[in-house]
Design a protein around this ligand. Structure first.
Ligand SMILES: [Zn+2]
Length: 440
C-alpha cells in the first residue's frame, strides 16, 4: 500500500500509485506501524537522581541538562511518539519545548496533606510539587474544595486526575487514605469535567479501595497480595477483585518495570549494554559509577537488612514480578485490555532509562504471557481508546496523526522488532533512528 501524509496527518491509503508528493520514504519489504504510546512515564524525574523534586539534580546541573536534552530523543529512539505523564511535578516545559518530542499528555495529582505522597515528603521543595491539595478538615473553604480543584485541573489542560491509594509500602499501613466521602465527590466532579481518574495502587487492599472509588485506571501491577503473599496461585479474594476490575471495565497498567528497575539496580553491569549506552549521555553513565550515585542502592540494602545484593535483586525479579505476571495472565484470559505503561523511571533506580524502559515493559508483557498481537494493541489502540484519543492515534488510518514507525522486521514475529526501527515519523516528519543516538 501507499500511505499519503499531508500536514502531519494520514490523508490517503491506497494500492494505486501516488504521483504527486514532496518526499518519498521507501518502505518496501518493511513494516509500518502506529507510533507507540507509553501511558505512564514521568518526564520530570532523572533516573538515579531522586524522585519528584530532585536535590541530586540541583547539585549536578550539567548532568541534568544533558539528560533533559536527550530524554525526548530517547523516547523517540524506542518508537514512543505519545506519552501520558501522570505526575508532571513542577514543570514539564523542558520536555515540550524540545525541538522533537513525543506528543505529551498529562494527569494532575490530587492529594491532601495527610495522605501519600505529600505525607512522605519532608522538605518544602518536595512539597511544592503538589499544586492541588484537598483540605478534608472542617476548615475547608470553597477555594480548596474538591470541585474547585478539579475545575482548575480541567482548565490546566490535563487529561486526567492521579489519585494515590497507598497506606504504606509493602505490608505497612501507617498512612491515611482519602475519605470515602472525598472520593465520592472526586468521582462526581471528575465526571462533570470529563477527566479520567488514574489510581496509584499496587496492593490488594488498595486496589480494592480504588475499585470502590470508581477509578478508570489502576496504575500499577498487584505486587502485594497482603495475607495471601505466600500463595503460589491467585486465591479467591484476588480473583473476585480482578473480576470486579473486568466487570467495571477498569483498565490495568502492569508497570512491571518498576519492580525490574529495583532488582536491576543491584547489578553493577547494568549500564554496559548497547541498548543503554546508545541513549544515555556518557557523563551520566560515568556519574552512575560514582559513590554519590549509589545512595539509592544503599537505601535498598538498609531496607533489606544488608542481605547480599543478589538476594535483594532476586526478591524483586522473581518474587514480586511473579505475582504481577499471574495477574496479567488472569486478565489476559478474560480478554481484559492491558495498557502499555512503564511508569518510567518508577523509582530512583538508574536501571530504567527513557524509551528503553518502555521497550523493556513490552518484553516483560511477552514474558508474562501476552501474545505479540496483544502487546501491539497494548502499545497502540488500547491506550488511545482508554484516553479517548483514538480519533487521532492508535492505528494507521486515514485522518489520524502521522505518528508512525517503519520497522525492519515484523513485530508480530518477534518482540525484538520494536528495537529494529528504521524511521520514526513524527507528525509526518521522518526521523532516522541513528540520528537520535546520544551525542557522545
Ligand atoms: Zn508513576
Amino acid at each position: 500500500m501507499n500511505v499519503l501524509i499531508s500536514d502531519g496527518r494520514i490523508t490517503e491509503i491506497t494500492s494505486k500509485k501516488i504521483t504527486s508528493y514532496d518526499l518519498k520514504i521507501n518502505g518496501f519489504g518493511k513494516f509500518l506501524t502506529p507510533g507507540l504510546m507509553d501511558s505512564h512515564a514521568h518526564v520530570s524525574s532523572i533516573p538515579g537522581m531522586g524522585f519528584g523534586v530532585e536535590p541530586v539534580a540541583i547539585k549536578n546541573p550539567k548532568l541534568a541538562q544533558a539528560y533533559f536534552e536527550q530524554q525526548p530523543r530517547s523516547f523517540l529512539f524506542y518508537g514512543v511518539t505519545q506519552i501520558l505523564d501522570p505526575n508532571p511535578g513542577v514543570s514539564f516545559d523542558y520536555f515540550t519545548s524540545a525541538p522533537q518530542h513525543p506528543d505529551y499528555f498529562r494527569c494532575e495529582v490530587l492529594t491532601s496533606k495527610n495522605t501519600f505522597p505529600y505525607v512522605e515528603k519532608a522538605d518544602d521543595l518536595s512539597r511544592s510539587m503538589f499544586t492541588y491539595l484537598i483540605d478534608e478538615s472542617a476548615e475547608a473553604t470553597a477555594e480548596n474544595s474538591v470541585e474547585r480543584l478539579i475545575g482548575k485541573i480541567a482548565d490546566s489542560g490535563a487529561s486526567c486526575i492521579k489519585l494515590y491509594f497507598e497506606d504504606g509500602y509493602g505490608n505497612a499501613n501507617q498512612w491515611a487514605t482519602l475519605s470515602t466521602n472525598t472520593l465520592k465527590r472526586i468521582k462526581l466532579a471528575a465526571k462533570k469535567y470529563n477527566l479520567l481518574i488514574v489510581a496509584h495502587a499496587n496492593a490488594l487492599d488498595m486496589q480494592q479501595l480504588a475499585l470502590v472509588a470508581g477509578v478508570d485506571v489502576i496504575a500499577h501491577g498487584m505486587w502485594n497480595w497482603g495475607q495471601y503473599n505466600r500463595e503460589q496461585n491467585i486465591p479467591k479474594e484476588i480473583s473476585n477483585t480482578l473480576n470486579k476490575m473486568i466487570n467495571d471495565e477498569v483498565a490495568y497498567m502492569p508497570t512491571q518495570r518498576v519492580i525490574a528497575g529495583l532488582g536491576e539496580v543491584m547489578d553493577p553491569t547494568i549500564g554496559n549494554s548497547p541498548e543503554f549506552t546508545s541513549i544515555t549521555p556518557k557523563p551520566l553513565i560515568d556519574w552512575y559509577k560514582t559513590t554519590e550515585a549509589q545512595w539509592f542502592k544503599e537505601e535498598l540494602r538498609a531496607g533489606f537488612d544488608r542481605m547480599p545484593d543478589q538476594s535483594i535483586s532476586d526478591a524483586f525479579l522473581y518474587g514480586r514480578i511473579r505475582k504481577g505476571n499471574k495477574v496479567i495472565q488472569y486478565l489476559k484470559s478474560a480478554d481484559h485490555p492491558i495498557l502499555l505503561a512503564s511508569d518510567f523511571p518508577g523509582s530512583p533506580s538508574f536501571a530504567n532509562q527513557p524509551g528503553l524502559t518502555t521497550y523493556q515493559e513490552m518484553k516483560a508483557m511477552v514474558t508474562a504471557g501476552l501474545s505479540l498481537e496483544e502487546v501491539l494493541a497494548a502499545a497502540t489502540i488500547n491506550n488511545a481508546k482508554q484516553f479517548k484519543i483514538e480519533n487521532d492515534y492508535g492505528t494507521v488510518e486515514v485522518g489520524k496523526v502521522a505518528n508512525l514507525l517503519l520497522l525492519k522486521t515484523n513485530p508480530l514475529d518477534s518482540i525484538e522488532s520494536w528495537n529494529r526501527i528504521e524511521t520514526i515519523i513524527l507528525h509526518g516528519d521522518p526521523i532516522a533512528r541513528e540520528s537520535l543516538v546520544v551525542n557522545k
